[in-house]
Design a protein around this ligand. Sequence first.
Ligand code: 5AD
Ligand code: SF4
Length: 441
Amino acid sequence: MNSYQGKTFNVVTYGCQMNVHESEKIRGVLSSLGMQEIEDIESADVVVFNTCCIREGAEDRAYNNVMALRPIKEKNPSKIIILCGCMPQQPKGKYKLKERLPFVDIIIGTHNVNQLDQYLLKYAMTKEHIYDIIEKPIGSLDNNNCVRDDKINAYVNIIYGCNKFCTYCIVPYVRGREKSRTPQDIYREVKDLVQNQGYKYITLLGQNVNSYGKDLKEKMSFSELLTYLCQIEGDFKIKFMTSHPMDLGDDLIKVMKQESKVAKALHLPVQSGSSHILEKMNRHYDIKHYMSIIKKLKRAIPNISLSTDIIVGFPGESEKDFNLTLKLLKKVKYDQVFAFMYSKRTGTPAATFDNQIDEKEKNIRLNKLLRLQKLIQKDQIKKYFNKTYDCLIRHINGIAVGITDGGKDIYIPNYKYVNQNYFAKVKVEDIRNHKLSGVIK
Ligand code: 5AD
Ligand code: SF4
C-alpha cells in the first residue's frame, strides 16, 4: 500500500513515436502504483507532461499547456504536476524550466524517467519539489508493465539515442549515445505481443534503427535482427522507424524483399534535395547516393510505400537548393512527406550558422512544397490499379477494408461478413473519388 493507491492520473504526450511509447511505459508505472487513468487533466491527481524539444513549436505547446494548469494547481495544491522527457534534458533546460514553471512538482529528464515511481514515493514523503536531470541513462523502462494505446500496432524499442549529430538536431544531446537492447530481450517482447496479446503489427523503434547492434558485445546488424524476429510464429508484420540513408545497406533491402513478415513500407528521411545542404546538415550522403538506394528499393520491392522527412529553410538554403528538394519529390513520388520549417535549437551547430532564413520565407517554401506533394499524392493513386497488396483485413463501419503496409485503405464492398484482423491479399479493381476498392484474392 502506498499513498498513490486509488488516485487518478493523466499523461500528456508531445513528439515522436518514441515519446508516445515512453508514455505507454509511464502509464504502466503509474498503474503499478495502484493509480487509475482518467481523461480529464484538470481533475487528475497526477498529471505527467512527457515533452519534446525537436522544434520550437513542440516546446511552446507543452509550455502553454503546463501554464494552463497553474490556476488549478493554485486552487488545489495537492495536485501533482510532473514534467519529463526531452525539454528538461536540454543543456540548462531544467534551470530555465524551474524558473519559468515554479509550480511544477517534479522535473526529470529522459535518462531517469524509469525512476519515476521512486521520485513519486519520495515526493509523497518530503513534499519537496524534485529537479533531477542526469547525464547518462541508468537502466530503462523496458520489460516493465506497459499500458499500450493501440490494440493492433505495438511499439517496441530496439535502440535508444543517436550518434549522428546532424547539425540541426537536438536529439543526440537529449537522448544520449546509441544503446541497443539485446536481441533476446526484443525477441521475448515481440513474441509475447504477437502470441499472447494478439498484436498484428510490431513497430520497431529507434532514432536510427540501422545502427542497431553496433554497440552490443555480440554484434548483430539490423537486418539480422529482422530475420531473427521473423522466426516468431504467428500472423503479424514488422514495421520500423527511423532509417538513416547512410546506414541502409543492401542486406536490409534483401531482407525486406524476402521476409513476408517485414512490411513493405519504409520511412527514409532525406531532409533536403540539395547535396550542398546535406553536407551542411552533416548527413553523410549526397543525393546521388540517396537516389541509388531509392532505385534499388523500388526495383527489389515494386509495391513499396515510401515516406520521408524534409526540412525547409535550413540556414543558407537558396532558392536553387529548395528547388532541388521539389525536384526530388517529383522524382521519388513519396506516398507521404513530413515537412518542417527549420527551427533553431540552442546548442546545435546550425543555430550559429550564417544566413538564417526568415520565418516568412520558410513558411512560403513549406506551403509550396506541401502543395506540390498533395498533387503528387493525388496522382499516385493510379499506381494501385490492378495491383495486389498484402493487407490487414479490418471492418470499418460495417465494410471490410484491407489496409496496405503503407496504411492505404482498400474497400472490399462485396465481402461484408468476414472475420477481421488477419492478413490477406487484396487486388485493387476500381478507383473512384480517390478511393480504392478491390477483392480478396
Ligand atoms: N528543425 C526542423 N525540423 C527538425 N527535425 C529535426 N530537427 C529539426 C529542426 N531543428 C526534423 C527532421 C527529423 C524529424 C524527426 O524532425 O526532419 O527527421
Ligand atoms: Fe537527429 Fe540526425 Fe540523429 Fe535523426 S539521425 S535523431 S535527425 S541527429
